[in-house]
Design a protein around this ligand. Structure first.
Ligand code: SF4
Length: 356
């Protein structure tokens, strides 16, 4: 199997107990079916402990969330299950994280989820130093399963080329939220439906921006992203959400123009703390293309995937700005932590996209 591995994955080392936002916190830790069966059949006190630590809601089996995070997260900030039993009892996701292993049958792509602060830090180093995200290619065996049902190699090759072209559009000065990207997504999707020739992102040149004003921001925020359960699930994020509600909740149905002014002022204040903010958001979108754009292979939803990345980058500056209030500057580690915390919740905005 041909394995393409993104450059920062080769540099990644888990920081363990020194991690600023350990992967045992801020979300539910899902348990795969094989491990769930193993837990159900485990004997003795450990078996009872395992079963008491699990909750099953709808189709999702996960460890119960406590105020502290995963119940197996120790006070020394390490996993007690790994320390006592090795990786043998750990869910697949815990062993794999933060690696994103994507098996497309013709080849595999391995990247890093930015939901890990160390992965986010490596991303930021590349972004700030203006270094490219390159893939190294090797051959080898992989143990992870094929993630797609599509076998249209020609379409996959088109997507790879299209992704490279989208990245080159960004490198040539287009903003991540340029209408050119949105228009390309719409036309490519329509061409798929009509089975007509697919366009190239290079054909689109609009310099206009896709605006996310206060109404759209509120749509993204209140339709999935914010939930009162964040109070226990992710207290750090909950505090930032509360700040947003205090500042912008009032403009939910009324007076959008005052809300928009306040939103603009908040972004302006962030430019003072992160002077390279626009470049950072463009690189964030570029990285998103590397990790998520090939999902289009499965559902042909160009618009959804391209728009999700735009919405995600917009909400990122919002949370960076909320965090940065009353601070003079943000360190790379602080930005990395906000990215990691935010990334754990960001997939929840996908549903709200339909309302934009
Ligand atoms: S979030 Fe990343 S650095 Fe932190 S403990 Fe998990 S894998 Fe390690």
């Amino acid at each position: 199997m041909l394995i393409k591995r993104i450059s920062i994955l080769n540099e990644f080392r888990c920081t363990g107990a020194d991690c600023t936002f350990n992967c045992c916190r801020g979300w539910k830790v899902p348990i795969d079916h094989d491990m769930y069966m193993k837990y159900l059949n485990e004997k003795g006190f450990f078996g009872t402990l395992l079963r008491c630590s699990i909750e099953k809601k709808d189709e999702l089996v996960a460890f119960r969330s406590t105020l502290h995070g995963c119940p197996f997260w120790g006070f020394d900030h390490l996993c007690t299950m790994q320390k006592k039993h090795g990786t043998e009892y750990m869910p697949a996701i815990c062993i794999q994280f933060p690696r994103q292993l994507y098996n497309l049958a013709f080849f595999c792509e391995e990247t890093l989820y930015l939901a890990c602060p160390e992965a986010a830090r490596l991303f930021l180093m590349r972004a700030f130093e203006n270094k490219p995200f390159e893939f190294t290619v090797c051959e080898g065996h992989v143990s992870y399963k094929v993630n797609t049902t599509n076998d249209d190699r020609e379409f996959l090759d088109y997507l790879l080329k299209s992704r490279d072209e989208l990245v080159s559009v960004l490198k040539n000065g287009a903003r991540f939220d340029s209408l050119a990207i949105v228009q390309y997504g719409r036309d490519a999707q329509n061409a798929c439906l009509a089975q007509s020739p697919l366009p190239s992102p290079l054909e689109y040149t609009s310099k206009e921006q896709y605006q996310i004003n206060i109404d759209k921001m509120n749509t993204l925020f209140y339709n999935g992203f914010y939930h009162p359960s964040l109070r226990t699930l992710s207290p750090f994020l909950y505090k930032l959400c509360k700040k947003y509600i205090r500042r912008f909740g009032l403009f939910r149905q009324t007076n959008s123009s005052v809300g928009n002014k306040k939103l603009t002022a908040l972004k302006e204040s962030l430019y003072e703390k992160i002077p390279g903010l626009d470049n950072l958001l463009n690189r964030y979108y570029e990285y998103y293309l590397y990790t998520d754009f090939l999902d289009t292979f499965e559902d042909y939803s160009f618009s959804k995937h391209l728009l999700y990345g735009i919405a995600k980058a917009h909400m990122l500056w919002l949370f960076l700005a909320l965090y940065a209030e009353h601070k003079k500057q943000l360190s790379t580690d602080e930005i990395a932590k906000v990215i990691a915390v935010y990334e754990r919740r960001a997939p929840q905005i996908e549903d709200a996209l339909k309302q934009l």
